[in-house]
Design a protein around this ligand. Structure first.
Ligand SMILES: Cc1cc2nc3c(=O)[nH]c(=O)nc-3n(C[C@H](O)[C@H](O)[C@H](O)COP(=O)(O)OP(=O)(O)OC[C@H]3O[C@@H](n4cnc5c(N)ncnc54)[C@H](O)[C@@H]3O)c2cc1C
Length: 318
């Protein structure tokens, strides 16, 4: 069968796309490795419009409930499948006059559709200094809400001075003896309101111009070394836990060569319509080259994409 639409991903962008697809009666397949997106690990989301405070887990559950409430036989979900490849199928391979896309997953399933919405978001950037690989999950972690309590009463470091770094630090202050935030620049990138709130805590320390050079420990993290970029001096911090928040990598490898990407491998989109450089493929959310990456923006952009996809499929206006 040929679906009207395949949606890759089920974070806020994918979920919004699926809800609108169901309401517009577009025969849709959503393929996603896991449900709910990145912020499902967050303990408290305070800017999801209409809900003053919600945990990431509850937000994910609500997104799924909302899709299923309208899905009927219109939207099918394949959870636990990862898209590895999307390609254009030549018209002679199928009896259709317009573009058809084949989406292949890690389970070797191939699905076909007239349109594709890429809403695959982004993943954490890994730290690559000596010791990092060996000690991952042995004191080095990428999720404060998952692993924070393990470090109760300990001294820990957060690498990264953006919003995610400060949110992580805020969570860790509830359990840890001390939290040191390491930032490579001389000004924090995080919003001033969270910086001020977190740094007020007497258990909190902040280091600027600090470049991590090594993480060490026999079987578990025992400490780390960083270089002061102003003096070139190497300093040693004895800590048991290292929480890494150094940015995101867009999940776009499966469309490399099919749609235009920018220098950070984000999908280039037309912000009016969310169209990519390839007719028949749209993208929304954190995998795109928009300036701001937030839950509400991801949903709004996917809604915009669906309006345009509907016109493409049924009014042939694009
Ligand atoms: C810790 C943390 C806290 C945050 N807190 C907030 C906040 O308080 N407020 C806010 O507005 N934003 C917050 N954000 C940012 C917000 O989570 C993102 O902007 C938002 O999740 C982007 O949504 P998305 O749907 O584009 O992508 P994502 O949420 O990243 O979802 C992508 C989906 O695609 C799936 N996927 C990826 N690759 C594939 C593939 N190859 N095949 C199939 N499926 C795939 C993933 O499993 C996932 O379901 C936070 C982010 C983090 C990491």
């Amino acid at each position: 069968m040929i679906y009207d639409l395949i949606i890759v991903g089920s974070g806020p962008a994918g979920a919004a796309g699926a809800i609108y697809a169901a309401r517009k009666q577009l025969k849709t397949l959503m393929i996603t490795t896991d449900f709910g997106g990145q912020s499902s690990v967050s303990s408290d989301i305070q800017n999801w419009i209409g809900t003053p405070s919600i945990s990431g887990t509850n937000l994910s559950e609500n997104l799924k409930k909302h899709i299923l409430a309208y899905a009927d036989n219109i939207v099918n979900i394949k959870e636990g499948e990862k898209v590895v490849f999307v390609k254009k199928t030549t018209p002679s391979e199928v009896e259709e006059s317009r573009e058809i896309f084949s989406t292949t997953t890690d389970k070797k399933n191939v699905y076909q559709s007239k349109a594709v919405l890429i809403a695959a978001g982004s993943s954490r950037r890994k730290i690559t200094v000596p010791g990092a690989d060996r000690l991952e999950r042995k004191g080095i972690t990428y999720c404060a809400s998952c692993d924070g309590p393990i470090f109760a009463g300990q001294d820990v470091v957060v690498i990264g001075g953006g919003n995610a770094g400060f949110e992580t630090a805020a969570q860790l202050l509830a359990y840890c003896n001390s939290v040191t935030i390491l930032h490579h620049g001389d000004v924090f990138k995080a919003d001033p309101i969270i910086v001020e709130k977190v740094l007020k805590n007497p258990k909190m320390k902040a280091l600027f111009n600090a470049e991590t050079v090594e993480i060490y420990g026999e079987t578990f993290v025992e400490g780390m070394k960083y270089k002061d970029k102003k003096t070139n001096e190497i300093h040693d911090l004895k800590v048991k836990g290292i929480f890494v928040e150094i940015g995101q990598i867009p999940n776009t490898v499966f469309v490399k060569g099919l749609v235009d990407l920018d220098e950070y491998n984000r999908i280039k989109i037309d912000p009016w319509t969310q169209k990519t450089s390839t007719p028949g493929i749209w993208a929304a959310g954190d995998c795109t080259n928009i300036l701001y990456h937030q839950n509400n923006i991801a949903t709004g952009d996917a809604v915009k994409a669906l309006e345009n996809i509907y016109l493409y499929l049924y009014a042939r206006t694009t």
